[in-house]
Design a protein around this ligand. Sequence first.
Ligand code: PMP
Ligand code: GLN
Length: 382
Amino acid sequence: MPISSKLPNVGTTIFTVMSKLASDCGAINLSQGFPGFDCDPELLDLVTKYMKAGHNQYAPMSGIPIFRERIAEKTKLVYGVKLDSETEVTVVSGATEALYAAVSAVVKLGDEVILFDPAYDSYAPAVELNGGKPVFVPLEMPDFSVNWNRVKSAITDRTRLIMVNTPHNPSGYVWTTKDLNTLAELIQDKDIYVVSDEVYEHITFDGRKHLSLLTNSLLRERTFVCGSFGKTFHVTGWKIGYCLAPPQLTDEFRKVHQFLTFSTATPLQYALADFLAEPSRYLTLPDFYQEKRDLFCEGLKETSFKFTPAQGSFFQMVSYGHLSQEYDYDLAVRLTKEIGVASIPISVFFSDKKDHKILRFCFAKENKDLFIALDKLQNIKF
Ligand code: PMP
Ligand code: GLN
């Protein structure tokens, strides 16, 4: 029986498509964003310990108390912001769930939601499935910074929500204090909420600090901050994250969360709670990834691509418009098949799918794989 699609323009995500192609071709997969190495074995031992100790039934809906406390402690330590773990922290099954539940909590039929363009692929469908209307505000090329005049002009009486992503996927752009202050100034006397996707919060470079939207007191009152342990502890397959929001927002968020997934894997929560007790485990992440970003960028200098080193995230964009006019999707597919390196064409992140002749590479991989990929990229013929 045919179904009238609520998402007529959505197909299989590019991440699934490119990872499958990479696997079929035996290519080095620098496309989908996931670490090419395992997590700390101690974390695996902790999960096994809690599974064997019988922690295998439903966790409390909002998350195990000690885990929520540890997340609040991390927030205090890293951002100097004190949260009540009882009323402001919710454990979820990945940032994707947090983003969806936060959008569902505030967006009603006909509401406008400002999305920066390009944006991570789950935002617009989450808005549309909730009856909202995405309003796209283009980021400024080439650094993908925010043009605040454009944001100001996009705000109307129907604007209900703005979705922020810092560090940004795919560009790595990291919001500045000025960005936070300008956003706060623009919306402080309006009925507008913010969803802030901060999954790459611990991956910033060159001494840059991630500025959580929680650190701005005006934004804090109206923001749902979404985080993910998948990125921070190299366990993207565990799908475990959190939402930080003031009590009234958290109340509404939990109403959605309890019917979306109800709760998140119990032994993982106990294990991560123990693991979080040692802050060096996340505080060392910038150095860990800086080494990989630097290694990758050094190698890219020997290719014919143009690039500016990423400010954050584990992605590096490169442009090739000076070399070829090939459509970015076609080039990504061709490079996977012909030279054995898979990437993501960034046109997929744009609302109009416009081709800017830019590819995105994920450098969260073993150094040996990065070296092999770089060697292949250095020998491309356009
Ligand atoms: N937001 C951004 C910007 C991402 O890149 C990703 C993908 N890793 C997610 C959200 C989803 O995170 P999770 O796997 O925890 O659902
Ligand atoms: N966030 C990852 C990326 O940008 C992909 C996650 C997914 O496949 N849904 O590559």
